[in-house]
Design a protein around this ligand. Sequence first.
Ligand SMILES: Cc1cc2nc3c(=O)[nH]c(=O)nc-3n(C[C@H](O)[C@H](O)[C@H](O)COP(=O)(O)O)c2cc1C
Length: 460
Amino acid sequence: MPCAGRCDEPIPVIRGDQVLIGTDANDLESRPSPVPSPNPQGREECVFRHIREPDRSTIEGYRRTGGYDGLTLAVSELNPAQVIDIVRDSGLAGRGGAGFPTGVKWQAVADASGAPKTIVCNADEGEPGCFKDRAIMDHDPHAVIEGMALAAYATGAPRGFIYLRYEYPETLGTLQRAIKEAEEAGLLGERILGSAFDFTVVVRRGAGAYICGEEGSLLNSLEGRHPFPRNRPPFPVTHGYEDRPTVVNNVETLASVPHIVRRGADWYRALGLNDLAGTKVISLSGDVKRPGNYEVPLGLPLSTLLYDWAGGTGSSRSVQAVTMAGVSGGFLAGEDLDVTLDEPSIRAKGSFLGAGGIMVFDDTRDMVEIAHFAMEFFAEESCGKCFPCRIGTERLTERLAGTAGPTNLTAWLDEVNDIGRTMKAISACGLGMAAPLITESLLRYFPERVAQHVAHQARD
Ligand SMILES: Cc1cc2nc3c(=O)[nH]c(=O)nc-3n(C[C@H](O)[C@H](O)[C@H](O)COP(=O)(O)O)c2cc1C
């Protein structure tokens, strides 16, 4: 059913036996998001380039360092195809998880028939250990809006939505203020900068579930439907919001675009190391001395980030393991910590960089317990549409808790591997496909701890 009421109003939320509405619900995560620290090596940045400057979240502060110059350039001197060429040539790829090339996505929407087209900024940020999009929106909201406007100009879309994680109430106010400022300055709305280009942006609060960040679920939620993933194909580029051509891009992806259009594709490409294009924001947390958001050149060794930038564990303990892609990429440990931060290097180890959340665990941590927490999260957040994910995440959680499954190690391993293989092969979306990376990597790096766990399962 389409949403009957106003979808930008507060959504009641249930916590224990309380139903919180409005201000109470909005207080859930109302701590201010820290400004990202500069990196100690003085590496050139893209998205964080100006984020620490005073008043950056206001339109005056944003314009002081060239904000909206990319949009002005595009509207006055470039045709839409030229904007797409710049984005494609820059090598920018999606920063929300899947890493799809942004210029290729925009080209597909520009080429698709059907109107009106739509730009959706995916600001749901539900992945555990990811908090970069919040920092970008809190401190540089106009970069997101300008990126959306450039996407709209390039693809011919007159309308846009920011689908904002429900638990970011302060960010909602920041975005709404920024949109109003942009409208008043003639940078959003009708006849932008005196041209024939019209584009409006509305913020919609998310429905408060991890699955809402998956693009098909997001589009269903935006339409007021239950947030189940959609079957693909068709893809959102041809059948997205209201079944019409739609760009769905992550906050970081969109916030990169104004810098790229202003400075050029070659400038962005050159930011990466070893022939890799551009940068990625990493949210670093856990047993680490200086946690936070760091914008790294793609190709930077993980060890440089962990030790030189973030100060190591900050104790006498050593790093036992890290997660990748929040928790969706499972763990890296041992010799595999010797990776560089880019998809080819991390995928070669059976994981992926994804949205760039990395959690660090020192050698005091029980990795079976950590794996159990992660799987419990997936089981809790599985939307239930497809059975491999709905049942598989529950069965793996039980086995990691030691409350069900074989007590013989060989049988236990066979069963856990079999469940994981099935989930990866036939789950309907990335949630069910990624969750088994937790057990896969646990078995790969910590076989002795797993054997101990199976031998000592607590049963009634
Ligand atoms: C379970 C699940 C959750 C996701 N959550 C998010 C999210 O919170 N934010 C996001 O940008 N992408 C998320 N994604 C990825 C989106 O489906 C989509 O690939 C992305 O928004 C596309 O934008 P990009 O090309 O700029 O990365 C999620 C995917 C899955 C499978």
